[in-house]
Structures are given as structure tokens and as C-alpha cells.
Design a protein around this ligand. Structure first.
Ligand SMILES: Cc1cc2nc3c(=O)[nH]c(=O)nc-3n(C[C@H](O)[C@H](O)[C@H](O)COP(=O)(O)OP(=O)(O)OC[C@H]3O[C@@H](n4cnc5c(N)ncnc54)[C@H](O)[C@@H]3O)c2cc1C
Length: 596
């Protein structure tokens, strides 16, 4: 199934909602113009649609492991080399190490294309950039000089090795060991599971970032250190040396993303894998959190992107499949299924969710850039709080929604959706993992109500709700029935959000379990409220563009219709979430364990 990037909507959201021009004016971004961004999007679309999208289905066959070597499905290696040589890996890597240092907001739009066209493939560069970011912030100059140029170019991809059999959501339980050596290096031993792209044949070397404990490390999260463990050791002249004692011992058989090898990695079976400490001892987890904001936003992008792919496929099928007579039509012949109201409901639901996710995600991307680069310290701080608050919502809501949207994609296809050749099922299977890795939705729900909402006494949440109020006032001043309908939907969502936030804040300290029972519903409630608000803003802007004349009329009308659909069909879910949060904790917790 072909894929074409929704460039028009991406450009609209980049400019109207995320404030692209303001982001491009930040110090260090001046060399990037709106025209350059447009050109990047055009080129990325060509690569995604022509090279990556056709490989998506082939990747679903899965790669092969033999004698510790993962041989990728035909076409992946060549595509990766083209991707790397075209400079796509290093788009947001630091300039001093050969990257292009582009704003997160801009690369978010291209990452959307990689993830939509081939989610499994996209994980390799995504994790590499996470590793680059962690090393750039925390590694010594010596380590940076050896690894960052090759990683930024994509010549040596990176991996993230956190998870162990007993340590998943709870990384305090990491047991891998690091023994100091006389030459300043460490010998790493232990097993890591679920390591994405942990081994493959697309590159000469792979740079693993590994969490492990020193012999005298304190227990818990404060005793975890971060190490660079290359697949091949690097000689003083930069050439590749001895094979390190870091091997893939098996690849997992999974529900989806078969085109991404998920490896069980064994370190030190033959005496110890040579590793190099990143930064200071015992600060590994804190260092990992540096790149986690970006990585978590990246997984939010994955949820939005895979939904877009599923939507494009569903629309094509709905226009093509002829079945049943159209209600109220004089024509007795069967019609294309897109003529049936329930199929339209499914397609509109998919579309509205996707536009809402895109608005929310790019809005977050702009905050990330401003938090890093705004010249005014107070603005940096404000945007840091904003992005901290948004990340669990973007990661959690987008990926839960991706499961709904890709499932609707199957439903639109009827029985053919359940048949693998059609391809709709692959999107649903691939989407499933996004709500699990990089922190499950449950973990992000707890993060949202604890570290984000309660720790700042609701400050960012209530500031956002005030901004929503201002938009509601603007909608009310327009005297337009569509905008009035949007206002009604978003208003009741915002009221539910306020009531729920107050409820959770009042209980977080004294009745933590009652609050925790509502954590994921609150994450979902904030998702529908914030996305509904940003689509309401989109509708206002579309209306202004129509009034000014010269705009793409169909595009602007579509924005108004989709925002109204979101307000009436999706933002309205806020009432149910609010009820669940404020009324439902007791029944969640009541049943004794032995009665389950
Ligand atoms: C395909 C795939 C790729 C992956 N890639 C990588 C990778 O590259 N590198 C890496 O290090 N890891 C990777 N992972 C691991 C992934 O990040 C973990 O699986 C994930 O964080 C969840 O941990 P877990 O599987 O141990 O689940 P558990 O932690 O056992 O969670 C089980 C359930 O309990 C819930 N739960 C646990 N604790 C709490 C709590 N405190 N409050 C509320 N609910 C809770 C969870 O939400 C979940 O529903 C990958 C996993 C998969 C499947």
C-alpha cells in the first residue's frame, strides 16, 4: 500500500499551531528558513514513499538470527545505507559532530514520515539519536570524539540497553555488573532483554549504551551507571579492532514490528565486555532521562504516524469497496462503502484523532525547542515545565489512540482487514507496542499525576486551562455555528479536566491509591482536552484564512469540519473520563486479590 506524507497538514500545524517561525528564530536555528523546511519535507516524503514504504510489508517477514548474526530482510541494508548517505540520520545531531543540528520541531515532521512509512526501520535511527543525545550531554570529550561523528552520520547506529528480565518498568532492579579495570575501562556482564536493533548487518559497528552497577554501588536507582559498549572495539587510529564480548543470543518472536530485531543481548559470557563509563558513576539513570524526553516524544510521533498510515489505507479501501445500497439514494445499485454513515464515522474518527495528535505533538516539539534554546531564561523554564507536563500525555495518549485508530482501520476493511495480505492488520499489530515500550501508559499516567501535576501543584495544567478559556472566548465571539459547536465540546472537556485535576491534587498525598486509580483516565482526559483545544485553534485560524481570501478553501473547510467532529465525538469522552476519575476509584480497588 502506498504512503504519501500529509505535507499540507504538517505545514499547517507547524506554522499555525507550533509557531515554526518563532522556533526558527531561536538562537542557533537562524540558518533554517521556512522554505528550507518545505524543501526538507518534500525530499523526506520522496524517500519515505519510494524507499521505506514498499519495504514495510517485507520487513513483516522478520529478520534471521544465525550464529549470533542477524541478517536483515532483503532491501533493509540497502535502504539504510541510502538513508544514512542522504544525511537523514544526523538531522538533529549536534553540528560539531557532523550532524545538522535542526530543531526538534522540524525533525519531528520528517520522523513522522519515517515512522508512517516503515515503523520497524525507523527505530534504528531513532534509538541512535537517543544515544547521541545522551553521549553529547554526559560523555567525556574523548568518548564523544571517538563515537559521536560515526553515530551522528549513522555509520555506527546506537542502542539502548536498560531492560533485564527482572527490571522493566522498575529499573531499580538492574543487576548487570561493571568491574573497573586498571586501564580505566570496565568489564560488563549481564543479560539485557528486548533490545531494539541490538544486532544486525546494516552497519560495521553498533554502539550499545548499557546500564550496569559498579561493585560498590548503592542499591536502587542511585547505584546505576551508564556505559558505552561497542560491538567492535575501536583502535587508537579510529579503525575497528577486536570483537567485543557482547552478543545477541536470540531474537524475540513478537506480535508486530517484525522488521525490527528485538534482541536478547548477553554481555560478558567470555570474560567480560569492554565498556567505558559515561560521565560519573551512579548517575546512569539520570543521564538516560536526558534523552528520554526526546525518545518519549518520538514514540508519541510513532503513534500518530502509524495511525496516518492506517487511515490512508482505510480511505482508499472505503472508496473502492462496493457494498450495499446507499441510504436515501434513488440509485438502487450498491455504493462505495464510504457512502455509509457508519463507515464515515470510522473514517472521521481516525482522521480527527490523527489531526488532534499531530497538533498536540508538534505543539510539544516547539516547547522542547524553546526550552532548550530560548534566549530568555524565564521562557526556557516555562517551556521546560510545559514539555515535562506534555510528554506523558503525548506518549501515552497518542499510543493508546493509535491502537484505536489502527483497529478502526481493520474494521473499515471488514473481513479483508483480518486477512494479512491486505496489510491493515500489520499496522494494528505494529501499533500495539507503542503503548508499552519507552514506559507503559500506566507508568506515564503515574508520572503525569505525580511528578508533573502534583509536584507543581497543578501550575502548568491550570495555565493550559486558562489558555483554553481564552480560545473559548475567541470562539464565542465569532458568531459561527461550527465554531460554536466546537466551543461547546471543548468547554465541557476543559471543565472535566479542571474538576479532575482538583480531585487528584486533593488526594495525591493522603490517598495515593485513589489518585493512582484515576491516573490513566486523567492522561486520556488531558489528551482529548488539549487536542480538542488545539484543533479549535486550528478551526479559528482556518476561518480567518478563509475570510482573508486566497487560502486553499477545501483544506480550510476540512479543518473546520474535522475540528467540529473532534469536539462532538472525541472531546466529549472527557465527561466519561472525569466521572471515572472522581467517582470510580473505590470500585477499582475494592475486589480482594484472591477474588480475581
Ligand atoms: C518490542 C520491544 C522493544 C523494546 N525495546 C527496548 C530497548 O530497545 N531497550 C530497552 O532497554 N528496553 C526495551 N524494551 C522494554 C520495554 O521498555 C519494557 O517492556 C517496558 O518498559 C515495560 O516493562 P516490562 O515489560 O518489564 O513490564 P512490567 O514492568 O512488568 O509491567 C507489566 C504491567 O504492570 C504495569 N506496571 C508496572 N509497574 C507499575 C506501576 N508502578 N504503576 C502502575 N502500573 C505498573 C505496567 O503498566 C504493565 O501494564 C522493549 C520491549 C519490547 C516488547
Amino acid at each position: 500500500m502506498p504512503y504519501t506524507a500529509p505535507i499540507k497538514d504538517q505545514q499547517f500545524v507547524l506554522q499555525a499551531i507550533a509557531g515554526l517561525e518563532e522556533v526558527l528564530a531561536l538562537p542557533g536555528n537562524e540558518d533554517t528558513s521556512v522554505e528550507l523546511v518545505d524543501a526538507i519535507l518534500e525530499e523526506a516524503n520522496k524517500f519515505a514513499s519510494a524507499i521505506l514504504a514498499p519495504l514495510n510489508k517485507l520487513g513483516d517477514k522478520g529478520h534471521q538470527l544465525a550464529d549470533g548474526v542477524v541478517t536483515t530482510v532483503e532491501g533493509f541494508k540497502e535502504a539504510y545505507h541510502q538513508f544514512r548517505d542522504a544525511g537523514w540520520v544526523g538531522m538533529r545531531a549536534p553540528v560539531e559532530f557532523g550532524g545538522q543540528g535542526l530543531p526538534a520541531l522540524v525533525t519531528m515532521a520528517t520522523e513522522e514520515m519515517w515512522c508512517a512509512s516503515n515503523l520497524a526501520f525507523s527505530l534504528c535511527p531513532l534509538l541512535t539519536l537517543g544515544a547521541v543525545e545522551a553521549l553529547d550531554h554526559h560523555a567525556s570529550d574523548e568518548l564523544k570524539a571517538i563515537y559521536l561523528p560515526k553515530m551522528s552520520s549513522g555509520e555506527w547506529p546506537g542502542t539502548m540497553n536498560l531492560t533485564e528480565p527482572q527490571a522493566g518498568s522498575d529499573l531499580a532492579q538492574v543487576r548487570s555488573k561493571a568491574i573497573p579495570q586498571a586501564d580505566g575501562s570496565y568489564l560488563i556482564s549481564g543479560q539485557k532483554i528486548f533490545i531494539t536493533w541490538g544486532e544486525h548487518d546494516m552497519a560495521d559497528n553498533i554502539v550499545h549504551l548499557v546500564l550496569a552497577r559498579l561493585p560498590d554501588a548503592p542499591a536502587g536507582v542511585k547505584g546505576i551507571s551508564l556505559f558505552v559498549v561497542p560491538k567492535f572495539l575501536v583502535n587508537a587510529d579510529g579503525s575497528l579492532g577486536k570483537r567485543n564480548d557482547a552478543y545477541c543470543v536470540s531474537i524475540e518472536h513478537k506480535l508486530g514490528i517484525h522488521g525490527s530485531p528485538t534482541c536478547v543481548m548477553s554481555y560478558g559470557d567470555n570474560g567480560g565486555a569492554v565498556g567505558y563509563l559515561v560521565g560519573e558513576a551512579n548517575k546512569g539513570l539520570a543521564y538516560m532521562f536526558t534523552m528520554m524526553n526526546h525518545a518519549r516524544l518520538g514514540v508519541g510521533v510513532e503513534g500518530m504516524a502509524i495511525s496516518e498510515r492506517a487511515y490512508q489505507k482505510a480511505v482508499a479501501y472505503a472508496k473502492d469497496r462496493i457494498q450495499s445500497r446507499e441510504l436515501g439514494s434513488d440509485n438502487s445499485a450498491p455504493a462505495a462503502i464510504i457512502r455509509h454513515p457508519d463507515v464515515r464515522r470510522m473514517l472521521m474518527t481516525m482522521r480527527a484523532y490523527i489531526e488532534g495528535m499531530r497538533a498536540l505533538t508538534y505543539f510539544g516539539g516547539a516547547a522542547l525547542d524553546k526550552a532548550a534554546k530560548h534566549p530568555d531564561a524565564a521562557e526556557r523554564q516555562k517551556n521546560q515545565y510545559l514539555i515535562n507536563f506534555l510528554i506523558p500525555i503525548i506518549k501515552g495518549w497518542n499510543t493508546e489512540v493509535a491502537n484505536v485508530v489502527t483497529s478502526l482501520g481493520v474494521q473499515v476493511h471488514g473481513g479483508m482487514g483480518f486477512i494479512e495480505e491486505t496489510g491493515a492488520a500489520q499496522h494494528m499489530r505494529d501499533a500495539r507496542i507503542t503503548a508499552i515500550y519507552e514506559g507503559t501508559t500506566g507508568i506515564h499516567g503515574m508520572d503525569l499525576i505525580g511528578r508533573k501535576l502534583a509536584s507543581e501543584k497543578g501550575l502548568t495544567c491550570f495555565t493550559l486551562l486558562q489558555e483554553i478559556d481564552a480560545t473559548l472566548v475567541a470562539l464565542g465571539q465569532e458568531n459561527d455555528p461550527t465554531l460554536a459547536a466546537i466551543q461547546r465540546g471543548v468547554k465541557q472537556a476543559a471543565l472535566a479536566a479542571k474538576e479532575s485535576a482538583d480531585f487528584l491534587l486533593a488526594r495525591f498525598d493522603q490517598q495515593p491509591k485513589q489518585a493512582a486509580a484515576g491516573s490513566v483516565p486523567f492522561l486520556m482526559l488531558m489528551g482529548v482536552t488539549l487536542a480538542g483545544w488545539l484543533l479549535a485553534k486550528s478551526a479559528l485560524i482556518a476561518k480567518q484564512q478563509l475570510a482573508a481570501g486566497g487560502a486553499d478553501e477545501a483544506f480550510c473547510q476540512n479543518k473546520l469540519i474535522t475540528a467540529r467532529f473532534f469536539a462532538e465525538h472525541i472531546a466529549s469522552q472527557a465527561l466519561a473520563y472525569g466521572y471515572e476519575i472522581t467517582q470510580g476509584a473505590e470500585s477499582t480497588l475494592a475486589l480482594p486479590d484472591d477474588q480475581f
